[in-house]
Design a protein around this ligand. Structure first.
Ligand SMILES: Nc1ncnc2c1ncn2[C@@H]1O[C@H](COP(=O)(O)OP(=O)(O)O)[C@@H](O)[C@H]1O
Ligand SMILES: [Mg+2]
Length: 223
């Protein structure tokens, strides 16, 4: 089933002379429990696309549909529901330095002010092989460990949609591969739709579907 789709979305930064056409009419469908990778040159609009799809940024034209409901027609409560079901992983981890690994992973649940599912957190830690280091702080971890922690945090609320923007961009090839493997492992538990931007062709190839973006548009190309 189609979990998420966009229809002819556009994003322009700035105005008149300074205008940058970052996304120029993208239409795409993203199915449930499917892993999509997005590749393209720097500046081609990958981050903008992911920000539009995840609702972090508003499209200037076009529409985004979650379970066939247009994002632009959703009320606060519906948007909040989508937010709860969305996980995001960035290139620079964005962990909170004053919280331990465990506390960082629990954070999305704490922010929802719901009862924290500590057992689910244990499962995530185990999958990530971070149980032994759950009391460490981010500055005591390697880059790969920090990104695994950020992935764990993104899974805390059992996301239906997971957006990753160059999650291995700061990591070497070997560490990238292991972080990807943890992502593939943990995704089996909740079966989200994953949209992952990467520069790494090996990582892109691990996806079910590879999308190429050029100059703000999707193009068909083989890897
Ligand atoms: N906040 C912004 N303000 C102005 N221009 C931006 C902004 N963000 C991105 N851009 C421009 O939009 C284009 C697409 O950027 P981006 O989506 O970040 O590409 P990518 O992630 O593929 O490198 C680039 O030309 C970039 O310089
Ligand atoms: Mg980018």
């Amino acid at each position: 089933m189609c979990a998420l789709r966009c229809e002819n979305i556009h994003k322009i930064y700035g105005k008149s002379q300074q205008a940058t056409y970052a996304v120029r009419g993208i239409s795409a469908e993203f199915q449930e429990n499917t892993f999509y990778s997005v590749i393209g040159k720097s500046g081609s609009g990958k981050s903008t696309l992911i920000h539009l799809l995840s609702g972090l940024l508003k499209a200037d034209r076009g529409e985004i549909f979650y379970d066939e409901q247009p994002l632009s027609t959703m009320n606060e409560q519906q948007l909040e529901h989508i937010k709860k079901k969305t996980g995001i992983v960035f290139q620079n981890y964005q962990l909170l330095p004053e919280l331990t690994v465990r506390e960082n992973i629990l954070l999305p649940a704490v922010l929802l002010e719901e009862k924290c599912d500590e057992e689910w957190c244990d499962v995530i830690l185990e999958k990530l092989q971070m149980t032994d280091i759950q009391s460490k702080y981010p500055d005591q971890l390697s880059g790969g460990q920090q990104q695994r922690c950020a992935i764990g945090r993104a899974f805390m609320n059992r996301p239906k949609y997971l957006f990753c923007d160059e999650p291995t961009g700061n990591l070497d090839k070997k560490t990238s591969k292991s972080v990807l493997n943890f992502l593939l492992e943990i995704k089996q538990l909740t079966k989200p739709t994953i949209i992952l931007v990467t520069h790494d062709l090996d990582i892109a190839r691990s996806a079910d579907v590879v999308l190429h973006i050029e100059d703000g548009k999707l193009v068909s190309k083989s890897l």
